[in-house]
Design a protein around this ligand. Structure first.
Ligand code: PHE
Length: 352
């Protein structure tokens, strides 16, 4: 037993001498001094010795253990100072090297358009309002002069939410157009109102020029003596500021249930300058000099009534266009498929 202890001691010390890093030192410690170490295993044999031998061997074993522990502490001190002095070599940084610039993103092109549209109207006194994305049937249709089962509702291919009906406001829908914000705004504040509401809208549609989630911006002006002239002035102001000097709008008679009279708004084509002709042939973008933007009109008396305003006292106009569509019409931005905007392909997005 004495010899085996002695040879274990030699083996341990020689192994310790060969260790060159701190983690291996831990492994050595568990192997030679740990609870389940060979040293401890050997000591289990003490019980079989005579009491005389047990005493001397026990003393020898304690001596070895103390020696090994001291040697371990020594080696640990040596290695730590080596690794500290090595730090200045391995961890040195050259502060004169040019830095690595973290990649910075930018706003999505639709967010850019929203900010720009908001600020164009903001500068002529329209305040931004945000409307809910999940709406009640009453605000989306009923309050806008579209009674339930009215065929005009078919225009808005609406998503209905599987939720209990509101006792007064009816079914829950995903907001199909921002016009629901008209009555909400009339209930929220007293006229005069000059609102630009920009929100997400949802419709069951998907092709090169439609996505199921898109954005609209809704203008609403309510005051005394508001006329179509005011509407035309605001639209022309927007066309010039957003599309460029020289662009103008045209109103075409149309029908919406919530405006009377109603219009489709066109903006003069930026490619052919509103002539419809390019070189010897027709302009390929617009065909007749005009691009269709969206709807507008004078607020219908029934909509004023829904909003708690007296149509005899108040007048107003409203317009509602798609942000993506309007943005894509800006000359220079030629996006062949509207769905590209939402595919989240960085190669596409980084261009804007
Ligand atoms: N809400 C209509 C649409 O989504 C557009 C519109 C807004 C028309 C305001 C008239 C007045 O098509």
């Amino acid at each position: 037993m004495k010899d085996r202890l002695e040879s274990l001691r030699e083996e341990a010390l020689s192994a310790l001498g060969k260790i060159g890093d701190l983690p291996s030192l831990g492994v050595w410690e568990t192997g030679f001094l740990g609870r389940k170490s060979r040293f401890n295993l050997l000591l289990k044999g003490l019980g079989n010795l005579s009491s005389e031998d047990r005493k001397t061997v026990g003393q020898q074993a304690n001596g070895i253990r103390d020696e090994l522990a001291a040697a371990l502490a020594n080696r640990r001190r040596e290695l730590s100072s080596v690794s500290l002095s090595g730090l200045s070599e391995t961890e040195r940084i050259d502060v004169s090297l040019p830095g690595i610039k973290p990649a910075t993103g930018h706003l999505h092109l639709v967010s850019q358009a929203i900010a720009e549209i908001g600020s164009i109207f903001g500068r002529i006194g329209f305040h931004r309002s945000v409307q809910p994305e999940v709406e009640w049937d009453w605000y989306a249709f009923e309050s806008l002069n579209m009674p339930s089962d009215h065929p005009a509702r078919d225009e808005w291919e609406t998503f209905f939410v599987d939720a209990p009906n509101h006792p007064k406001l009816g079914k829950m829908v995903l907001t199909p157009h921002t016009s629901s914000g008209q009555v909400r705004e009339m209930q929220r504040r007293k006229p005069p109102i000059r609102m630009i509401g920009i929100s997400k809208c949802y419709r069951r549609q998907m092709d090169v020029s439609h996505v199921p989630m898109f954005h609209q911006f809704e203008g609403l002006m309510v005051d005394r003596g508001v006329s179509v002239t005011h509407l035309k002035g605001v639209l022309d102001h927007f066309a010039r500021t957003f599309f460029g000097a020289g662009r103008k709008t045209r109103l075409r008679p149309f029908h919406f249930r919530f405006t009377e009279p109603s219009f489709e708004v066109d903006v003069s084509c930026g490619v052919c300058g509103g002539t419809g002709r390019l070189g010897d042939g027709k302009c390929r973008l617009c065909k007749d000099g005009w691009l269709e933007l969206g709807g507008a009109g004078m607020v219908h008396p029934n909509v004023f009534r829904s909003g708690g305003l007296d149509p005899e006292e108040w007048g107003g106009f409203a317009f509602g266009w798609g942000v993506e569509r309007t943005m894509m019409m800006r000359s220079g931005l030629n996006i062949p498929d509207i769905r590209d905007i939402y595919r989240n392909d960085r190669r596409f997005l980084e261009q804007f």
